[in-house]
Design a protein around this ligand. Structure first.
Ligand code: SAM
Length: 290
């Protein structure tokens, strides 16, 4: 069965009595090279377990099952579960779970299914919920090796941006705390059924197995990043002065200067490591004064 053929997809859905659900971001792949390439790129070891988010009718799931020891796929749309039962019938290494990835206990799922294997994530992510899913994976504390996902092209540019460029934003600086993101390839809108309005791209996030830098106060560090980008056109000092109620403008200026930055610098020029150093300088200044 060619799971990327538009007629196959339509027939499978018609037989199951279901239609494409826009509210679930259902744009299914119809170019077989794309799931092939995602599956090839998403893990370094064939004895890995792959967690797939949103298998749809299973075109990527099948490619994963051919390469990796174990695949667990979480699909929110219960109408697709019997379809997946049919399309993945030949594989005994796939478990399909009907559930919402935002409500899934990821630690529990890994405990039950990984049996000590390295775990990586692969997905053609639903666009309506891309950032919340990525943040949930990153913040889960589960030691995923990597996360290989298809996202909107412009989101890929933001996630992979370098500090100081127009695409660099809060999500880029936050992601840099957990790992490094690499853009793999672009996927034109015509590769999906139905075709979305914009192009997509596949990125791979390699997660630090041990973080190379650690802020003394993690909450302060995240507040700094969000404060710096909420008021992007302001200087970093002014943006943070409005955001951080515990620190006055003089304390923030002193911390920015102590790192050797000009007082007129904008937040978008700071790397993740810079934000960590700045939050530590603020933390140390406050605690030295106590
Ligand atoms: N993997 C398939 C493909 O590439 O053709 C389908 C990808 S489609 C863009 C996104 C899939 O995610 C859909 O099957 C959708 O039902 C599912 N989905 C949407 N929200 C979800 C959620 N919160 N948890 C799990 N699956 C979800």
């Amino acid at each position: 069965m060619n799971l990327c053929h538009p007629n196959t997809i339509k027939e499978l859905m018609a037989d199951a009595g279901i239609v494409f659900r826009k509210d679930y971001g259902q744009n299914f792949l119809i170019n077989p090279m794309v799931p092939y390439d995602i599956a090839e790129a998403c893990a370094d070891r064939t004895d890995s377990m792959i967690l797939e988010i949103g298998p749809g009718i299973g075109c990527l799931t099948a490619e994963l099952a051919r390469r990796y020891e174990k695949v667990v796929a979480v699909e929110i749309d219960k109408g697709l579960i019997p379809v997946l039962g049919k399309t993945l019938a030949e594989f005994d290494n796939v478990t399909v779970i009907n559930g919402d990835i935002m409500q899934t206990d990821l630690r529990e799922l890994i405990n039950v299914y990984s049996e000590g294997r390295d775990v990586s994530v692969a997905a053609n992510l639903p666009y309506y919920i891309t950032t919340p899913i990525l943040m949930r994976l990153l913040e889960s504390g589960v030691p995923f090796r990597s996360i290989t996902v298809m996202v909107q092209n412009e989101v890929a540019s933001r996630l992979c941006a370098k500090a100081g460029t127009g695409d660099y934003g809060a999500i880029t600086a936050v992601l840099g705390y957990y790992g490094t993101a690499t853009r793999l390839f672009k996927v034109p809108a015509g590769c999906f059924l139905p075709a979305p309005k914009v192009d997509s791209a596949v990125i791979r996030i390699d997660l630090y197995q041990e973080k190379p830098f650690f802020p003394k106060d993690e909450r302060l560090f995240f507040n700094l990043i969000h404060g710096a980008f909420e008021m992007r056109r302001k200087t970093l000092v002014n943006a943070l002065s409005s955001k951080l109620s515990d620190y006055c403008k003089e304390e923030i200026s002193a911390a920015v200067s102590s790192l050797g930055f000009d007082l007129n610098i904008r937040g978008e020029r700071l790397s993740t490591k810079d934000f960590i150093q700045l939050s530590d300088a603020l933390f140390d200044g406050k605690h030295a004064a106590e």
